[in-house]
Design a binder for this molecule. Structure first.
Ligand code: ZN
Length: 282
């Protein structure tokens, strides 16, 4: 079964902080495959690795977190998107980094981004910061999906309070028409709240990246009943293995229909960047 991986990170090796490389990227074996000797990302290789892992398409994420993860500028996402349009460019803004958030995001949209990633835990802000509201308003009006890192991080200097579940609930409540995907939702200590939130908010979804797949039922006991709310993602290149993760999900005992939902159908339906017919051929 082909996969859509909606959580792919991209940037040159030297743009990541040393801690990010050590604590996150090095849990996978991908580093030597996708960078050259100088640490420059090789877009062709990045794609080859994804194809070899059965990935059909995905979402490419930049990040602006100078204090923790690093600055991985939006420009990088186009290096891969240019080669394969099934890999969708997203933008990112940080109230501690960008001057005018709406202007900056519009600049990124003009460049071609199709969604927004907000990383409050690495960027050291709250997702319900009022400075972000004009950007959410713009995304809601223009039907642009928003992904939010919604859980803890092991990186030094990150602070738990920026993962406060109720700040995510604020945004979902204030922008009921906005499509929001909670990445690694509830990681650390609020999986039950995340589960409650996807039931409460119609346009709220969970991407299961950065979570050990064998524990999904432990984290989300109601997963089967809300199967349309869970979307496959991995946090590549900081993942032990994309197809390994998929295998572990297959071993959970879900039926084929549920697996299709998680692996690609929900991504197709929620984000609307791909056609299900193109995937079911495989
Ligand atoms: Zn991530």
């Amino acid at each position: 079964m082909k996969l859509i991986d909606i959580h792919l990170h991209i940037g040159h090796l030297f743009e990541w902080s040393k801690d990010a490389v050590k604590l996150w990227m090095d849990i996978g074996s991908y580093k030597p495959l996708i960078y050259d000797q100088q640490g420059l990302l090789i877009p062709e290789r990045y794609l080859e690795v994804l194809y070899s892992e059965n990935v059909y398409g995905g979402v490419l994420l930049p990040e602006y977190s100078p204090e923790t993860a690093g600055v991985l500028p939006v420009e990088r996402v186009f290096d891969v998107h240019r080669l394969d349009k099934r890999f969708i460019p997203f933008g990112a803004v940080n109230p501690n980094y960008h001057h005018n958030l709406l202007d900056e995001f519009k600049r990124q949209v003009d460049m071609g981004v199709k969604g927004l990633k907000v990383h409050s835990v690495h960027g050291l802000f709250f997702v319900n910061d009022k400075l972000l509201y004009p950007v959410y308003e713009y995304c809601q009006e223009n039907k642009i999906p928003v992904m939010m890192h919604a859980g803890t991080s092991v990186f030094p200097k990150t602070k738990l309070r920026f993962a406060d579940p109720y700040t995510f609930d604020d945004v979902a409540a204030d922008f009921p028409e906005l499509t929001i995907i909670l990445c690694h939702a509830g990681r650390g200590f609020w999986y039950d709240i995340a589960m409650f939130m996807i039931k409460r908010h119609q346009n709220l979804f969970i991407d299961i990246s950065g979570l050990p797949p064998q524990k999904l039922f432990e984290y989300y006991p109601g997963l089967t009943k809300s199967i349309d709310k869970f979307i496959f993602g991995t946090d590549f290149p900081g993942v032990p293995g994309i197809s390994k993760n998929a295998e572990k999900i297959k071993n959970l005992g879900l039926n084929v229909d549920s697996l299709k939902s998680i692996f690609y159908r929900n991504a197709v339906n929620v984000l609307k960047f791909w056609e299900e017919g193109d995937l079911s051929e495989y």
